[in-house]
Ligand binder design. Structure first.
Ligand SMILES: [Zn+2]
Length: 340
């Protein structure tokens, strides 16, 4: 395994922005067809301008999938990087007894665990993305979810390693969580922490709650579970159709639904991306991740998971049959398809 830090962002030539891989995928599928692949350069300005170091982006041009295809950036060995490129620092060269200068044993353990992930998140701001509006598809958002949104300042070799991995993108956080579940040991997974803006630091796993254990009312947790698509709603452009999902798990002996209206859908900037996920012809179910609230439906016979903004919803198509191994990551589903 590489001892270098995972490349978590890159400069997209076509969009003129530094993006995380989750943003790149959402932007890609928000473009009308036919789509052409993006070209990515290293986010470090010196690698980008002088060397034009290309970075390989894997699987961002495929829709997410519950069992494989974790999208990520990786080094393209055909290109050299600037000597101070933050992605090329070989951490082992700076380690003394397995630790970086000033690091505790716990911090070193966590750093090495995180290095196994394509992307990881330190800080999540659940409110920020919600507040941004406007913009057109292809324009990823008003402000990128990567730090500063601009090209890297180039954290030099020997300088204190303090890269902030902050995001307001639920999708990026979900990708980090899913990969951590798949690829880290139990001990490593439990050590993963997440700082939530307005709340403080908690173990990453605490921020995600299976719907089977959720209760009616607000929870300020990411509720997740498998669901099936009941139907689409409305008329007009395909991508504007609303939809209704039904969870496999029940809450308080009542079925749970997630209903998104045609209006909510047509206002959502990345509806083309979401619509494409719902239309996956081979999807047997959808894994739902949502920052929302469970409430009793007016008739009292069912429960609704309500979300105020579609940015607070991530849908991942899944397949009941075991999926093929991803040649790029070797990641396979280990938890069973429906109940993670
Ligand atoms: Zn570089």
């Amino acid at each position: 395994m590489s001892t270098r830090t995972p490349i978590t962002r890159a400069y997209c030539v076509q969009l003129g922005e530094v993006l995380s891989i989750a943003e790149a995928r959402r932007a890609f599928f928000s473009l009308p067809e036919p789509r052409s692949r993006f070209r990515f350069l290293c986010s470090n300005e010196r690698c980008d301008l002088a060397i034009k170091a290309e970075v390989t982006a894997v699987n961002y041009d495929k829709r997410p999938n519950d069992t494989y295809r974790i999208a990520h950036f990786r080094e393209n060995p055909k290109y050299d990087h600037a000597p101070d490129c933050e992605w090329m620092i070989d951490e082992d060269a700076e380690e003394v007894d397995g630790k970086l200068p000033g690091e505790t044993d716990g911090e070193a353990f966590l750093r090495k665990a995180r290095r196994k992930l394509h992307d990881y998140i330190d800080v999540f701001d659940p409110t920020a993305e919600q507040e941004k509006g406007g913009g057109s598809p292809g324009e990823t958002n008003g402000g990128s979810d990567v730090p500063g949104g601009s090209r890297g300042e180039g954290i030099g070799r020997g300088k204190k390693v303090s890269r902030s991995h902050k995001t307001s993108s639920l999708e990026r956080l979900v990708e980090c969580y899913r990969q951590a579940r798949l690829e880290l040991s139990e001990e490593e997974f439990k050590a993963m922490k997440l700082k939530i803006v307005g709340e403080g630091e908690i173990p990453l796993s605490w921020y995600f709650k299976s719907i089977a254990y959720a209760k009616v009312g607000g929870s300020s947790r990411v509720i997740h579970g498998g669901a099936s698509l009941v139907r689409r709603y409305g008329a007009g452009n395909d991508q504007d159709l609303g939809f209704k999902l039904r969870f496999f798990d029940w809450v308080d002996k009542k079925p749970v639904f997630l209903y998104v209206s045609k209006e909510q859908m047509s206002e959502y900037r990345f509806r083309r991306y979401l619509d494409g996920i719902l239309r996956q012809p081979d999807a047997d179910y959808f894994r739902v991740f949502a920052l929302g609230e469970l409430s009793l439906a007016p008739k009292g016979t069912s429960i609704n998971l309500e979300i105020s903004d579609l940015k607070q919803l991530v849908l991942i198509p899944g397949h009941k049959r075991p999926a093929a191994t991803d040649v790029d990551t070797g990641a396979v589903e280990v938890n069973g398809a429906l109940k993670a």
